[in-house]
Ligand binder design. Structure first.
Ligand SMILES: C[S@@+](CC[C@H](N)C(=O)[O-])C[C@H]1O[C@@H](n2cnc3c(N)ncnc32)[C@H](O)[C@@H]1O
Length: 193
């Protein structure tokens, strides 16, 4: 972790604080399941270290987090190594492209970056297109943010409101313009692979 010269927190520092808060909150909410649940905070690009000593896992979920991987085949391969045969992984992720002329194939469910990585690892795969859901979510989110702007301002959360609506509007334009699609991936480890 490192702090910026002006003392404001770096992205990594903010993420670490948010993760510490989220883990603490999760621990409080799941006290009665302590023997079944464990929470750890780690870097997706150092998964072996983050997950060391963990066993007996048959299902892995990664929701909106694979984007942080700097090497999808390695990351998914490391997750695969934790699973028994017939173990499964479910990923939800957006696929972005910048140049439709040369990259539009990467928005096809059978050719996204995650699909290519999963297939290279010999896992069986089903992909579901969640783009219509994403579109509905973004339209609803923007409408709600517009409706409740006054409440955010009253609570001194104008910057949060502005950042949130800016992000959703940008994403809506991307989805409508065919630059972003969203998928659910269901991968299973098969015998002998
Ligand atoms: C879009 S959020 C999704 C969070 C959660 N999975 C959910 O569905 O609500 C992405 C999360 O990835 C975390 N993240 C970013 N870079 C990471 C990294 N290198 N290693 C692990 N997590 C990372 C962020 O802190 C953030 O909590």
């Amino acid at each position: 972790m490192a702090a910026c010269r002006n003392g404001s927190p770096t992205g990594a520092e903010r993420r670490s604080r948010a993760s510490t808060y989220a883990t603490r909150s999760a621990l409080t909410r799941t006290q009665s399941k302590r023997e079944r649940l464990e929470f750890r905070v780690g870097n997706i690009n150092q998964l072996r270290e983050a997950l060391s000593g963990i066993s007996g896992i048959d299902t892995i979920l990664a929701l909106e987090s694979l984007y942080a991987s700097d090497n999808l085949s390695r990351t998914i391969g490391e997750l695969k190594a934790m699973l028994p045969v017939k173990g499964q992984m479910l990923f939800i992720a957006n696929q972005h492209i910048e140049q439709p002329e040369t990259q539009s194939h990467r928005l096809q469910p059978d050719q996204t970056d995650i699909t290519v990585a999963i297939k290279s690892l010999g896992l069986s795969l089903q992909v579901f297109d969640l783009t219509p859901n994403k579109l509905r979510y973004l339209e609803g989110s923007i409408a709600l943010l517009e409706q409740y702007k006054g409440d955010f301002v009253q609570e001194d959360q104008r910057d949060f409101w502005a950042g949130r609506i800016q992000y959703d509007r940008k994403m809506l334009i991307r989805v409508q313009g065919g630059l972003t699609r969203r998928f659910l991936y269901h991968a299973k480890k098969v015998e002998g692979k």
